[in-house]
Design a protein around this ligand. Sequence first.
Ligand code: NAD
Length: 247
Amino acid sequence: PFDLHGRCAVVTGAGRGLGQAVAIGLAQAGADLVLLGRPGSQDTTRDQVADLGRDVEVVDLDVSDHDAVERVGARLVADRQVDVLVNNAGIIDREDSVAVDRDAWHKVLDVNLTGLFFLCQQLGRPMTERGHGKIVSIASLLSFQGGIRVASYAASKHGVAGITKALANEWGPLGVQVNAIAPGYIATDNTTALREDPERSRSILERIPAGRWGTASDIAGAAVFLSSPAADYVNGHVLVVDGGWMA
Ligand code: NAD
């Protein structure tokens, strides 16, 4: 039920971190891949996917460039059948809310929320016409909580949960499942600063029942599940993968 042979999966921001692990996990499950991301950032992942014997294409895309999302998305679905979309690309801005300016606010929302929605629209439209497809978005614990000094990120990730449920309601009847993953504290470049701060790092670890930071491959397994026929009856769900943090 986890087999993805013959399926084409698109992953955004697959050059490193969670996106890279998810792309490789999907390839190991048999999927062919299209990697959408910043120019030059995804070559290593492309080679790793090719080494697994899967078809792989790299396409340059800044998901905050909404004209490009429309253009690239339209070309992609004209060229091939996309079965799975994983929205992984995301950025965070850590700043006191009293100091956040409009540019910084929009930068985060443009990538994490608006870019994600319009990519869902472009790649999801043919899925709804065909009557099957899976969309998996990387949300966050800050899809449920507010965090500290991350208002734009929390707003965007609450929004990702909202889009997930809205599309599940709209597209579920058309055969498309739309879900999200909320990772807890995962060791990637994104969290290096937290891990290198001894006090923050200790207080975070104390709260994680698993007793360790998550790894990118902890997230890859969840993404393979939600992309596969095993999850045909899962829709509109935000799957928390956090070592028990939220418990
Ligand atoms: P990362 O910074 O290592 O990777 C992010 C990727 O997104 C990079 O490959 C980057 O090039 C790409 N990207 C950023 N802006 C882009 C844009 N405008 N267009 C195209 N690609 C873009 O981060 P990560 O930790 O691997 O995070 C991946 C996702 O997981 C993000 O959505 C993040 O919010 C989410 N997340 C991470 C954690 C964690 O603990 N690491 C926790 C919760 C959620």
